[in-house]
Design a binder for this molecule. Structure first.
Ligand SMILES: Nc1ncnc2c1ncn2[C@@H]1O[C@H](COP(=O)(O)OP(=O)(O)O)[C@@H](O)[C@H]1O
Ligand SMILES: [Mg+2]
Length: 140
């Protein structure tokens, strides 16, 4: 049985820190995680994107962590269904546009899933170092 922990946050930049802290607390409650630094950074970027790009006015975003036997699956749900999450080719001097590149580097797999109802989930997968299967159970 996977363990699941989730929390919704209002779409203001101030909640990104709370989203990050929530994720770290969930990992702690599950006994810690060797990849918690990577997960913290990714939650920050994905929550920031949900606030900045992904949410219709007044809609909350949701952070969900699922502990599978072979990975930690972390996703952020927002209310903008059709926006395209992409990895821009940022120039060296660009001040923005690096978040998803960082996410791609830190996680083992990521993607976007359209949610039934409204919105989308941007998901990331962090394999457990001790996982033995070649394919992850969380990958759609
Ligand atoms: N949750 C999201 N909803 C809609 N569009 C998104 C979302 N996340 C990222 N994007 C799109 O992908 C682009 C790249 O994201 P990112 O690398 O984090 O750069 P930045 O947030 O600095 O623009 C964003 O500029 C935006 O167009
Ligand atoms: Mg960003």
């Amino acid at each position: 049985m996977p363990h699941l922990s989730q929390h919704s946050f209002s779409t203001t930049p101030q909640t990104v820190r709370a989203a990050r802290d929530f994720a770290m607390e969930a990992l702690d409650n599950w006994g810690g995680c060797r990849r918690s630094d990577d997960i913290r950074t990714c939650v920050s970027e994905l929550a920031g994107n949900a606030v900045r790009h992904g949410s219709l006015h007044g809609h909350a975003y949701l952070v969900r962590l699922i502990r599978h036997p072979d990975c930690l699956h972390v996703e952020v749900h927002d209310s903008a269904r059709h926006s395209r999450v992409r990895i821009p080719s940022a120039s060296l001097s660009a001040e923005a546009g690096r978040g998803m590149r960082i996410v791609q580097e830190l996680c083992d797999d990521w993607g976007v899933r359209v949610l039934t109802g409204e919105g989308k989930a941007v998901w990331t997968c962090f394999r457990r170092p001790e996982a033995h299967t070649s394919r992850c159970s969380c990958t759609p």
